[in-house]
Design a protein around this ligand. Structure first.
Ligand code: GDP
Ligand code: MG
Length: 717
């Protein structure tokens, strides 16, 4: 480990690169990140994933599963053309169940390298992340990895990028040799071969392009220049005049096009064989944005026109709600976005923060404008996987971990109290799958609550509740794998063993008609009495509108001090609806009348009365079951479109769109999650393994009457 690197020597923000490495699972993100750390000098030994020692995959179970679950941020330095660049990398997971992790990383990144498996080309998850990155305006380089593998084909993989992702992709390097003879790359900007003559890839020999590859190199260089000329007038003129372009002219034009998301350079390499990594690092520095160059969009809420901001981050004034901006420099008032909370066994809760403007020093207080609270910055850390380095001050462009926050959560803005701004938060989908869990022993029970609350703080898509009737603990998340991981974390990180029930769909309950109800709680025989009397109207609200409480009591029929207790009693009651004990959503309660007793009424009697009153009222208002509907995207060759749409229809799916994606079709559909357990395997069978599906939660919809009993029979707890 090289702990003595002086990161502070890179002060100029233009030399910063905050990047992510994103891909489908197994394309080689972790290996690539490892090699970057190796070549930038942070590691002396190369850790390989299959040996279970890669440094970024520091969690025990990640090593066992060989996939990356939590984003780790790390920093390294790279020299290019006499300048030292500082590269901050966020490692992101590739599994569809961890979409929240990817989403929050993309939100704070300036640029990304999208890694593809040179045999597989575009896979569903790489396609999904590619499009997610578009939403956050993250400029991207494409890296076709594993070219040493049997069956690898750079050109076929490149074609699949053009077919499935974007026709703005173009190679800036080509492979020399393939499979076991893969030995380096051709740089299409300088038109030279960069060859590796040693196994650890440290030495790169610059040679003339082998004559057998000259023709293909000329063809792709021509294509590169043509595509750059499309978006750059100066280059277009030179190109038309037949003038020669210098490497710098071409590189500057490529950079400009990449920053505007108009060009996606494609590179060749093999991370495992240490080939193409130095060129990738050069290209990260050359073409990906510095914090200055990042652009943002916000929806203008008045005209719904998307406005693009260059070099400044837009947010809202928390008081006036007006859109305001901060320049991405250190002379502006401080603002940053917390994108991850992580519990660390040694220092406690770590808040990962992307700083957009100004400076932040340890030992000071900052303002959390999202929740209107002050928080103390006890310590500031730079992260390197599980190793960390303490720093006194950080500034615009930095990605850091802060120790000392008590209430700050993922997606919240921290800023200068005198210059408040609220940045756009990060949206997370609601959990859709649940398991009941049960501690195995008394000692497991004692530790469980604390462990679960830590896991909940870390992951905004992981929820825990206790079933009111059975006392069972229910955990909910984004998919079966997501919850498996949490159960493993309980065991490995907190030493808590639990028994796990079958996966259950996260149903909800609501009502379909309005009703008026009066609940009377009256026990006045013997001892201290109990009295509460509440009359209220229960009304349905639209999907997604949530719960609303209205107090319309006049003349003190119920004293003011009891009203919050009524609200509380209703919310407790809503945790478990009358149909199957699922949470109640989208209802409005208006308290219109009631009565009380001077001696026998108190906040408790009103809370209990509201609790039962709500349950009874629900039954009057034709309660219905709601189920999560998933948005499903499936890429298939044309000939399978019929069988796939037929399959989806048999699963109560609705086909929304069928798009042409190069030679294949993309089917966009919606279908209930309850029908989709095992659908990946079904699709594989129907399409002879050619379909590439993804799914994500979309919305809740009413369960058809005929199916309600089936679900409650199968799934009732
Ligand atoms: P991730 O899931 O995207 O993080 O992928 P990993 O880095 O964990 O790699 C998945 C598997 O592919 C591991 O067994 C790696 O050793 C292997 N791998 C990664 N890069 C290469 C490569 O360039 N060539 C070959 N042959 N295998 C690779
Ligand atoms: Mg990995």
């Amino acid at each position: 480990m090289n702990g003595s690197v002086d990161y502070s020597k890179v002060r100029d923000l233009r030399l910063y690169r905050n990047i992510g490495i994103i891909a489908h699972v197994d394309a080689g993100k972790t290996t690539t990140t490892e090699r970057i750390l190796f070549f930038t000098g942070r590691k002396h030994k190369v850790g390989e994933v299959h040996e279970g020692e890669a440094e970024m995959d520091f969690m025990q179970q990640e090593k066992e599963r060989g996939i990356t679950i939590q984003s780790a941020a790390t920093t390294c330095l790279w020299d290019l053309d006499g300048q030292t660049y500082r590269i901050n990398i966020i490692d992101t997971p590739g599994h569809v169940d961890f979409t929240a992790e990817v989403e929050r990383s993309l939100r704070v990144l300036d640029g990304a390298v999208v890694v593809f498996d040179g045999k597989m080309g575009v896979e569903p998850q790489s396609s999904k992340v590619f499009h997610q990155a578009e939403k956050y305006r993250v400029p991207r380089l494409c890296y076709i990895n594993k070219l040493d593998n049997i069956g690898a084909d750079f050109y076929r993989s490149y074609d699949s990028i053009v077919e499935h992702l974007t026709d703005r992709a173009v190679p800036i390097s080509l492979p020399v040799g393939i499979e076991s003879s893969f030995s380096g790359i051709i740089d299409l900007v300088i038109m030279k071969a960069l060859l590796h003559k040693d196994d650890d890839g440290k030495i790169v020999v610059v040679e003339d392009i082998p004559s057998t590859l000259l023709e293909v190199a000329n063809k792709y260089r021509e294509k590169l220049i043509e595509m750059v000329a499309d978006v750059d007038d100066d280059i277009a003129i030179k190109y038309l005049n037949g003038d020669n372009l210098t490497p710098d002219e071409l590189r500057n034009a490529i950079r400009k096009a990449v920053l505007q998301l108009k060009l996606f350079p494609v590179m060749a390499g093999s991370s495992l064989r240490n080939k193409g990594i130095q060129a990738m690092l050069d290209n990260i520095c050359r073409y990906l944005p510095s914090p200055f160059d990042k652009s943002f969009t916000v929806d203008d809420n008045i005209n719904n026109i998307e406005k693009i901001y260059f070099g400044e981050v837009p947010g809202k004034n928390p008081v006036s709600d007006e859109i305001i901006t901060r320049k991405l420099v250190e002379d502006e008032p401080f603002c940053g976005l917390v994108f991850k909370i992580m519990n660390d066994p040694h220092v406690g809760s770590l808040a990962f923060c992307r700083i957009y403007s100004g400076k932040l020093s340890s030992g000071t207080y900052i303002y959390n404008s999202s929740i209107d609270k002050k928080e103390r910055v006890a310590r500031i850390l730079l992260m390197h996987a599980n190793h960390r380095e303490e720093v006194k001050q950080v500034r615009a462009g930095d990605i850091v971990a802060i120790v000392g926050f008590k209430e700050t959560r993922t997606g919240q803005t921290i800023c200068d109290e005198n210059n408040p701004i609220v940045l756009e938060s990060i949206e997370f989908p609601d959990p859709v799958v649940s398991f009941a869990i049960e501690p195995k022993t008394k000692s497991d029970l004692d530790k469980l609550g604390d462990a679960l609350s830590k896991l909940v703080n870390e992951d905004p898509t992981f929820k825990v509740k206790t079933d009111q009737e059975t006392g069972q603990i229910i955990i909910s998340g984004m998919g079966e794998l997501h919850l498996d991981v949490k159960i493993r974390m309980l065991k490995d990180d907190y030493g808590v063993d639990v028994n796990v029930g079958k996966p259950q769909v996260a149903f909800r309950e609501t009502i379909s008609v309005e009703g008026t109800h009066r609940e009377l709680l009256k026990k006045q025989t013997g001892g201290a009495g109990q009295y509460a009397d509440i009359q209220f109207i229960l009304r349905p609200r639209k999907r997604g509108e949530g719960y609303k409480f209205i107090d319309s009591i006049k003349g003190g029929a119920i004293p003011k001090e009891y009203i919050p207790a009524i609200d509380k009693g209703i919310q407790e009651s809503m945790l478990s609806g009358p149909i199957g004990g699922y949470p109640v959503v989208d209802v409005e309660v208006e308290i219109v009348d009631g009565s009380f007793h001077e001696v026998d009424s108190n906040t408790d009697t009103f809370r209990i009365c509201a609790f039962y009153g709500f349950k009874n009222a629900m039954k009057l208002c034709q309660p219905v079951l709601l189920e999560p509907i998933m948005k499903v995207n499936i890429n298939v060759p044309e000939e399978y479109v019929g069988s796939v749409t037929g399959y989806l229809s048999s699963k109560r799916g609705i086909i929304k769109n069928i798009l042409q994606r190069g030679k294949t079709k993309e089917i966009v559909a919606e279908a209930p999650l309850s029908e989709l357990f095992g659908y990946v395997g079904d699709l594989r069978n129907i399409t002879s393994g050619t379909a590439s599906p993804t799914m994500e939660p979309s919305h809740y919809a009413e369960v058809p009457k005929g199916l309600m009993e089936k679900f409650l029979g199968v799934d009732s707890k």
